[in-house]
Design a protein around this ligand. Structure first.
Ligand SMILES: Cc1cc2nc3c(=O)[nH]c(=O)nc-3n(C[C@H](O)[C@H](O)[C@H](O)COP(=O)(O)OP(=O)(O)OC[C@H]3O[C@@H](n4cnc5c(N)ncnc54)[C@H](O)[C@@H]3O)c2cc1C
Length: 416
């Protein structure tokens, strides 16, 4: 049985977003119950590529993306794969994606992403310091690789955007790159160093530590499936699969890609989809990297982590229920071996997770438009680990009646 204290704040979903928020609210004096049907951190937050990717806020929805979509659809190894069986269900999301690609909208979305990214690293560092995990974050940035001038040119849109928002980067030639990362193939002729991106040793360990500290502050973790809600003129109770109801003064939905299923119970549908992603954790890879690397033309990333290196990337749109297709993971490993010719893949594990993604690439950090006392913190897509500490701060400010330290209008539910 989960205890049903009153008044209490219920945070639904113990991924990196829910645990960061539960910890922050408990610290600010709220009595918080964190509810998850699973062990904390076993959803998408188990396996991110460990990157605090502050330079990666370019919205995927943009005119240049949709020109590439037909080619991706035809390429089973392309960066985005849509399951033909899932395509009909995806059409409403996809239409919103096209709408978000209008040049004027893209500019607003870039600003919304930049506002979070500008403070994401310092918020994450402060949180890790508080959790005594300061040594878990790398000091080196990320290298973006190009095998030709044409590959570099096709990434200029992103680099120019970093310029516009004042984010640091350095363009490196082959010899400067070799000094930084000698393991990278000489096929790479140019690179961009993104010095403010960072890597954490083990994303799941951060969730575990957050839960530990949350409990130490008096927070309660309740393992149960949320199956419904009770309302009067505001949210009053959360219904659990065990038959028990938990009293609630406030409820914050942080159930990752499953949040849309919960918001439907409340008559407030949100256009949230799973952008499924894969990683391969490789122990004893036979080489050492100090930077994470991305090769945009090949759509993969490699991150040095506590237990070896982690390889992944690409997007698969197949919904929440389809079985994993680990061929997607194998493609990224083959590409990583091309970038890192000495990479050995012996002892390794493959994993699939659901990135919670809105069609405009921007998270939802918002009160409900329909139900007083209900809030959302979800839809962080490819950047949930990056934005978790910042989201927790902003959401706590909102819930405890402080003026949020950045304007939250761009992340409001009214945009749908
Ligand atoms: C392959 C891959 C690589 C990635 N790499 C990075 C990266 O390098 N950097 C980065 O910033 N981000 C990265 N991401 C994105 C990041 O992992 C996600 O944005 C983030 O983990 C989402 O966190 P969350 O807390 O919203 O969701 P989740 O971690 O999925 O947590 C949601 C929780 O809700 C619970 N839940 C759902 N429904 C219910 C219910 N009805 N009742 C009770 N509990 C429920 C689930 O059990 C789960 O624990 C990556 C994602 C993937 C898949």
């Amino acid at each position: 049985m989960c205890s049903s204290r009153h008044p209490s704040t219920l945070v639904i979903g113990a991924g990196i977003i829910g645990t960061s928020l539960a910890y922050e609210l408990q610290k600010r004096g709220r009595r918080v119950v964190l509810v998850d049907r699973d062990e904390p951190g076993r959803g998408a937050s188990y396996g991110p590529l460990a990157s605090i990717a502050v330079s990666e806020f370019m919205p995927l929805a943009r005119p240049s993306t949709w020109k590439q979509i037909p080619g991706w659809m035809l390429d089973p190894e392309g960066p985005i794969r849509v399951s033909p069986r899932y395509l009909p269900k995806l059409i409403p999301w996809f239409l919103r994606f096209l709408k978000a690609s209008q040049p004027r909208t893209v500019r607003h979305l870039e600003m919304a992403g930049a506002a979070l990214s500008e403070r994401a690293l310092s918020d994450t560092q402060a949180l890790l310091q508080e959790l005594d995990l300061r040594s878990h974050i790398s000091a080196s940035g990320c290298l973006s690789l190009y095998a030709s001038e044409a590959e570099f040119k096709s990434d200029l849109e992103r680099i120019n955007m970093l310029d516009r928002f004042g984010f640091n980067y350095d363009v490196l030639d082959r010899s400067a790159l070799r000094v930084l990362e000698p393991e990278i193939t000489s096929e790479i002729t140019k690179a961009v160093l993104l010095p403010n991106n960072r890597t954490v040793a083990d994303p799941h360990a951060i969730v575990r530590r957050l839960v530990e500290r949350f409990r130490a502050l008096g927070g309660e973790v309740c393992q149960a499936d949320v199956v419904g809600f009770e309302r009067s003129d505001r949210i009053t109770e959360v219904r659990l699969g065990t038959g028990q109801n938990l009293n609630a003064d406030e409820v914050i939905l942080c159930a990752g890609a499953y949040t849309a299923r919960l918001s439907r119970f409340l008559g407030e549908p949100i256009p949230l989809e799973s952008e499924r992603g894969y990683h391969t954790q490789i122990q004893d890879p036979g080489l050492q990297l100090s930077h994470s690397i991305i090769w945009p033309a090949k759509a993969f990333m490699v991150s040095p982590t506590g237990g070896g290196i982690r390889v992944g990337g690409t997007v698969e749109m197949a919904g929440l229920d389809a079985a994993p297709n680990y061929d997607r993971a194998k493609v990224t490993v083959r590409r990583a071996q091309r970038a890192l010719p000495n990479l050995k893949v012996r002892d390794h594990q493959e994993w699939m997770g659901h990135r919670p993604a809105f069609p405009d690439t921007i998270p939802l950090i918002s009160p409900s438009a329909k139900t007083p006392g209900l809030f959302y913190a979800t839809g962080h897509g490819h950047l949930g680990l990056t934005y978790a500490a910042t989201t927790a701060k902003l959401m706590s400010e909102l819930i405890t009646g402080q003026t949020p330290s950045i304007d939250l209008a761009a992340y409001h539910i009214n945009r749908f």
